[in-house]
Design a protein around this ligand. Sequence first.
Ligand code: PEP
Ligand code: MN
Length: 351
Amino acid sequence: MILPREKAFTSTQLTEVEGILAEYGCSVTVIAGTTRTIYAISGDERDEEMVSRIEGLEFVERFDRIQAPYRLMHRASDLSSHRVKIGSAFLGEGFHVVAGQCTIDPKNPQYFLETAHAVKEAGAVAIRGGVWKPRTSPNAYQGDDKALEILLRARAETGLPVSTEVMEDRHLQVVIDAGVDIIQIGTRNALNYGLLKLVGKGTAGTNMVVLLKRGMHMGPVDEFLCAAEYIAAGGNPNVVLCPRGTKPELDGYRNFPDESISPLLKARTWAPVVVDPSHSVGKAAYVPFASLAAAAYGADGLNVETHVCGSKGIGDDPKQSITPATLAKLIRDCKEIHSRSAGYLVPVQKA
Ligand code: PEP
Ligand code: MN
């Protein structure tokens, strides 16, 4: 990882750097952070001669060699001052909530539009809504391109950013063309490295945020951070980590709730943590408790399923969605708990 002395290299400086790296079989990806642009190296970056030639350039401040399997996502990386922004909200400052339906029903757009206005009223900073759905059964509703128009209409009406999941290249291209604000990578694709690379490259240099769910079969926390690294290494540092419960489930819950990993993530990475309590416990009645726990564990926010009339919803909405009234109370209570948990510092893990 190369850090420039100024905010970014000029094109002549970048060409000179690339020329040296190429001699050692390495190449560079430009990653524009909020405070500084950094240059990630692909290839074996340990060659001492290459390192000293780069360090010798007067426009280079530093050459960092973090040894962890994830470098850009590391708490000590040059991206550590990068701030991920959703609309006007900076994640990591206060507690922010993305809320909305699991699934947008293209046959009943009024529910989604009503939900969008209601979650805004309740204090959410962005609206979620599934256009395409990864369903366990191929016979279940799979989504519909028409739902994207409804999502965009909700954005136009409320002025809030919108979030939806992509599962394949075509979805990705469609949401990039539409300028969707937050791209969700669901639990099933958290280990789909090909898709993660495409998402990072396809959104490089944009303000698009990638909300990466934790894989439901993921083990060590580092596996999650490595998945995030694929997105950042593609050129987009606007990554949000989203624990959403793992398998095997806790008897009675849909998954094994994992909001408790929030401080572990924060010890290792600078990336914001936004917990999904809905898929974690899988039942609306338990969602408030998982949400409050996430705030207590120091998460930066929630991604929570909410519906104005859950019983008329599709996908997970009849089971999991909370009402806008519950959401409004929850946002207030979580902000309060979060402000208290913010008083406890997480130890920073060394490089
Ligand atoms: C969702 O957010 O509706 C969803 C399908 O999430 P997950 O990938 O966590 O199951
Ligand atoms: Mn869902």
